[in-house]
Design a protein around this ligand. Structure first.
Ligand SMILES: [Zn+2]
Length: 152
């Protein structure tokens, strides 16, 4: 499968601009190809870009590489004068706010973490080209478990 297709599974607006490779890591520089976005606070559509910022998010490994997405994320002006926010960032659908990993990478780590002791999990996960610490594995498990106890 092509890289672009893999990324479209995350968000159809993601477009790869540049690819760089080191011995262990694939860096995918991405833009968000989206002209009109609804304000996440009031729902008004906006197409005027205020600024851009960069967010780095790790994704599932591809072959022997860990994958880092370096995404240029647009921020938009909200044109609704009554809105509580003047600007809002493009809502990235595949990673929690401030998360360094995609949700699907968290799921993957969680699945392995639940099956084995944390030290084994760390070995297994780093063997599959995801660099993540023991503490992070535990944090992901705790977060998912507290989420599912809220859902119950
Ligand atoms: Zn708004």
């Amino acid at each position: 499968m092509e890289l672009n297709e893999l990324l479209k599974e995350l968000d159809t607006n993601l477009v790869i601009r540049k690819i760089e490779k080191s011995d262990k890591t694939l860096y995918l520089y991405c833009d968000i190809d989206c002209m009109i976005v609804k304000c996440k606070y009031c729902g008004t559509e906006s197409h005027s870009v205020h600024s851009k910022y960069t967010r780095t998010i790790s994704d599932l490994p591809i072959q022997n590489y860990q994958v880092k997405l370096i995404i240029t994320v647009p921020k938009f002006f909200c044109t609704n004068e009554k809105c509580s926010h003047k600007t809002f960032a493009y809502p990235i659908p595949f990673a929690d706010k401030n998360s360094l990993r995609t949700n699907r990478l968290d799921d993957y780590i969680y699945q392995i973490g639940m099956k084995s002791s944390s030290l084994d999990a760390e070995k297994q996960i780093s063997g599959s080209h995801v660099s993540v610490s023991n503490n992070t594995i535990l944090r992901i498990i705790k977060k998912k478990q507290s989420l599912s106890s809220i859902m119950r």
